[in-house]
Design a protein around this ligand. Structure first.
Ligand code: ASP
Length: 300
């Protein structure tokens, strides 16, 4: 029987001006939720969904409620669920009316013959599959909408690096790996812009033979190099999850100046890794003896 493993992230970025204790509390709560699923004998898929739902609900993070608004003041969210047992995935992009995009991504994987739905069609699918639809404005925090209106009044642009995409990776007792990634995208993004997060192989990947991963950061950089697949398939005898995460980001940094990326990884061997090129990337993970650890800057 494989040992349960779990790691979550709250997004690679500057995290300047944030209360780090609050941010770490948020990722810890997500890890606790995912871990309680695994401890009760639940699957890696259930664990990553549960952990991600907690972060989608937390307005500190750029996913679900609390997502960044785009250039017209609306929320457009992307999510990806991957299953290492079947090498299947479900993805959604530019969804506007779903509170938990990662749960919709999972339904795409399990309840349709397809892999990827976007925009109105994805929202419509959510309703057909029994998910409640919400008004877009209810996904935006009052602070985010106030700041948007102020920028509009001043014709100002936002000067901030994207922070707060969320992700989770888990290995369950049956040796199955899964990853989940959910985001509101980058701040003030153009309407219709989609980053790496819902792209299989880029924003997330899982294959029971190797491992699973979830990425965060500047999507335009990450998706060009299929960061998650590259890192996961680098896990072999002698290269654990930490080494693979680091070498994946070193590779990216060698190809692109300042890639602004981060990744969390679990190997099929149970090894756990995290790395980022940004100033910070809050993570929480569970140690071999079941303790939850948190870090704002896990490795650089
Ligand atoms: N990767 C996300 C995107 O480009 C943003 C992030 O991770 O902060 O949409």
């Amino acid at each position: 029987m494989a040992a349960n493993r779990l790691i979550v992230h709250g997004g690679a970025g500057d995290w300047d001006g944030f209360d780090e204790a609050e941010v770490l509390k948020g990722v810890r709560a997500a890890a606790e939720a995912g871990w309680s699923v695994l401890r009760a004998g639940g699957t890696a898929l259930d664990a990553v969904e549960k952990a991600t739902n907690v972060l989608e609900d937390d307005p500190l993070f750029d996913a679900g409620f609390g997502s960044f608004v785009n250039e017209v003041g609306e929320v457009e969210m992307d999510a990806l669920m991957t299953d290492g047992a079947t090498i299947k995935f479900g993805a959604v992009a530019a969804v506007r009316r779903v509170r938990y995009p990662i749960s919709l991504a999972r339904l795409v994987m399990t309840r349709t013959q397809n892999c990827f739905f976007v925009a109105d069609g994805a929202d419509q699918l959510a309703a057909e599959l029994g998910m409640p639809l919400v008004a877009n404005i209810t996904m935006v925090t009052p602070k985010e909408i106030d700041q948007f209106r102020q920028r509009q009044a001043l014709h100002a642009t936002r000067n901030e690096k994207g922070t707060g995409t969320v992700g989770a990776v888990a290995l369950d007792g049956s040796g199955n790996l899964a990853s989940a990634t959910s985001t509101g995208g980058i701040p003030d993004k153009r309407k219709g812009r989609v980053g790496d997060s819902p792209i299989f192989g880029a924003g997330g990947y899982a294959d029971n033979q190797f491992g699973a991963a979830s990425a965060t950061g500047q999507g335009e950089n990450i998706m060009r190099f299929f960061l998650c697949q590259r890192v996961v398939e680098a896990i072999t005898a002698g290269v654990d999850a930490t080494a693979a995460a680091k070498s994946g980001l070193d590779y990216l940094a060698a190809r692109i100046p300042d890639p602004e990326a981060g990744i969390i990884v679990i190997g099929a061997d149970g090894s756990i890794g995290a790395a980022h090129t940004t100033k910070a990337m809050p993570v929480a993970w569970v140690t071999a003896d079941g303790d939850i650890q948190v870090a704002m800057r896990p490795a650089r």
